[in-house]
Design a protein around this ligand. Sequence first.
Ligand code: ZN
Length: 408
Amino acid sequence: MKPIWLRIKPEEPLVLGSVKPDAQFLTTCTYIPGRLLRGAWAEWLQMQGVRDIFSHVQRLRIGNFFPAVEDGQLQYALPLPLTAVTCKHEPGFRTELVPNRRGHGVVDTLLPQLTYHLLREAGAQMTAPFVLTCIQNQCDARMEPADGFYGVYKQGQQERYVQFRPRFHAQTKVALSRFRRASQAQMLYTVNALAPKAPAVTTKNGTKPVIFLGRVYGDPQALQELKQALEHIAIGALHTRGYGRVTAETTDLSGWPGLKERVKRFNNLLRELWKDLKRLAANADALPAEPEGMYFSVNLLAPGVFQNQGMPSLVPELHINGRVLKPVWWATRPDVASGWSTAWGLPKPTNLAARMGSVYVYRWDDGSLDGLLPALQTLETEGIGLRRDEGFGEVLVCHPFHQEVEER
Ligand SMILES: [Zn+2]
């Protein structure tokens, strides 16, 4: 099943988090979790008197939506993988269009680290440790993790990478009791909302609209229903009080590399890096000319909840074409999977989760790429791990940023 890309444009500030009954601050995350769109859809169905809302909204799998500024020719927007690093002295992309936002560059370390690891596994005696420093203008500074969201913009034949810089605006409000829907005496709280505009990317001053790009899978009729619901119901917290109104439309991302292309490029670059790094081995002549097997990465676009043999884990096993695959290399960090059930007004159980941006590399030995592709497509369509119906475990196979092994 192919993804359908949706473009969501806020008309009002957004509060994208869950409301806790006694919190005095409401803060927001800077992307739209798919479950908030589903929540708005469920609320609309409820108002229409639809029964069995759960089976209704299950017809569509809704992924997370990532922010970018609508300015110039935007190709796509994604979270950076945990393997992305940037110069410690001058952080940020080199390819930003606005001069005073340019840094020394962001680079991805997954493929170099994987190659180094696989060479050592193959018996290479490496003469140098794996170290990364910034190579712009003889900077030589250490690199540190780069996180957040980035957008890719086309300009002529070139691709420009731009980091998303959100704007927030804060407002103090009188609290409403979540049970009585009446104002509670002397309870004030501060709302920190995501503004619907952010600094322009093509000009030094001014702002442009923020949009969010994400994928949905499933029945086109269900998608029509979701779009209709969003015309009537705002998303997120305080959505009856001047926050969270959005419009949604399907969009065609012409610059988005398809699954097969991403897996091919990943393996081609791995072979190139193998040849390069092999020269650093004292026993280079004794090593194979190319890495054995085929590799692919699975990147988390949402936190992932995993269990291995009944125990919580940060490292997922995959079941592909009747085989169990364990990752050969990974980068992950812990997170907490919580949630709020709007139906019950109760917190949901809390699980250990692997953070959005986590990346796992698997090896595949059984046959051709064409035989593997349908299984990889299923991973993207269905996600991995537990609590997927709440939006956990959305994945992308071979994140395009893994191609960026030179500072961008
Ligand atoms: Zn530098």
